[in-house]
Design a protein around this ligand. Structure first.
Ligand code: NAD
Length: 367
């Protein structure tokens, strides 16, 4: 299969970690008989340096023409980088908001996986995390409170601020469909999270997720109040498969879920639209403090590439191969500095990429 992949290497550690992910993509492509065609795209600080803006319309068009985009992180040190002397709409992060909006990326996926080998980094008690956990947070990304009407004005002599949380049935239907599709590739359970005891938008959310579930009879759908979900994530995270929720709840719950997994260098993410297109990137930032040192953890970006195989290309076996290779490398004791612990073998960014490639040496189906 021909895979047309847009690549935004980004800033800081971005180029280092994306290079390793491309190495892994090439390895999988060679083993499974695919062809990766890369189009290099500039965004963030790297684009400001060349074009004076964080994302050009031409770059958006090239991204749109790709089957999927792999991205490193963007941005620099806000205190020292000249990029932050520009007005906010010209700074690196503005590129991120623009690409999400332009490509209508309404579904954000963040896996929270606790690897058995890294459970020492998990702040939860061992009896709670025994055997690890593996959940996927699906957050609606373009609606709700962050995009609703807002105002700050004087009302009856008092300064009053208002934010509005709006969802229509189409927005709920399309994110629910995405959530059920993802669950079909996993353990077929969706926990839809809301605040339906208070909010109208949550009651509409339940109505249309229930409606959507009728098309997915194999998926078990349950509803959970957001306050309960926040508790359950630390009490019994193993119960979750896909957590489906609106923008603000997802913002908070996905950070909570990721914190219980350990290092930021392990956290993949994807943003999808209604087609098979997706933007795949690590959850962390550009880590200017360690850029250029060859010590950044490339695993989050490599796992994001695995998500690209699974969700944009429907190549599940290839995605499994990458995830398995990451697990094997951790099992063999190799660690970048951020996940290092006593008795393990510390390696750099490039060697981590090489080690992961070594474990993708043949098709599993050939065994
Ligand atoms: P950060 O995630 O870049 O760094 C926080 C800490 O985590 C640092 O100590 C860093 O060294 C470490 N870290 C992050 N990724 C790592 C990796 N792969 N391996 C090892 N250690 C890693 O967050 P920050 O310092 O708040 O932000 C730095 C820049 O990144 C800012 O310009 C910010 O705007 C940007 N940012 C970009 C994105 C994105 O591109 N989606 C997301 C968050 C932050």
């Amino acid at each position: 299969m021909k895979l047309n992949i847009g690549v935004i290497k980004g800033d800081g550690i971005g180029p280092e970690i994306v290079n390793e992910a491309m190495k892994v993509l090439d390895k999988v492509a060679a083993v499974y008989g695919h062809e990766c065609n890369y189009t290099q795209l500039l965004m963030g600080g790297a684009s400001i340096d060349v074009y004076g803006v964080p994302l050009t319309d031409e770059t958006i068009e090239l991204a749109r023409k790709s089957d999927a985009v792999l991205m490193g992180s963007i941005g620099g040190d806000a205190k020292t980088s000249p990029w932050y002397k520009l007005e906010p709409s010209k700074r690196p992060e503005a590129g991120l908001l623009k690409i999400r909006k332009s490509l209508n990326l309404f579904a954000n996926l963040r896996p929270a996986v606790l690897y058995e080998e890294l459970k020492g980094a998990c702040p939860l008690k061992e009896e709670i995390t025994d055997g690890g956990f593996d959940m996927m947070i699906m957050r609606e990304l373009t609606g709700g409170l962050y995009f609703g009407q807002r105002s700050t004005e004087e009302v009856d002599g008092l300064m009053t601020a208002t934010d509005t949380l709006t969802y229509n049935e189409d927005e709920i239907r399309r994110i629910a469909r995405r959530g059920f599709d993802i669950a079909m590739k996993r353990r077929k359970k969706v926990t839809s999270v809301d605040k339906a005891n208070v909010l109208d938008s949550s009651r509409l959310w339940i109505k249309w997720t229930d409606e959507g579930a009728k098309d997915y009879p194999e998926v078990t759908l349950e509803h959970m109040l957001v306050d309960n979900c926040a508790m359950q994530l630390v009490k019994d995270p193993r119960q979750f498969d896909v957590i489906l929720t609106e923008n603000m709840f997802g913002d908070i719950l996905s950070d909570e879920a990721s914190m219980v997994t350990g290092s930021i260098g392990m956290l993949a993410s994807a943003s999808l639209n209604e087609t098979k297109f997706g933007l795949y990137e690590p959850s962390g930032g550009s880590a200017p403090d360690i850029a250029g040192k060859g010590i950044a953890n490339p695993i989050a970006t490599i796992l994001s590439a695995a998500m690209m195989f699974r969700f944009s290309f429907d190549l599940d076996e290839e995605a499994d191969a990458i995830e398995r290779a990451v697990s094997e490398v951790l099992k063999a004791g190799y660690r970048t500095i951020d996940i290092m612990s006593e008795g393990k073998i510390q390696i750099g960014t490039c060697e981590m990429g090489d080690r992961i490639c070594e474990y993708i040496s043949h098709r599993v189906s050939e065994n």
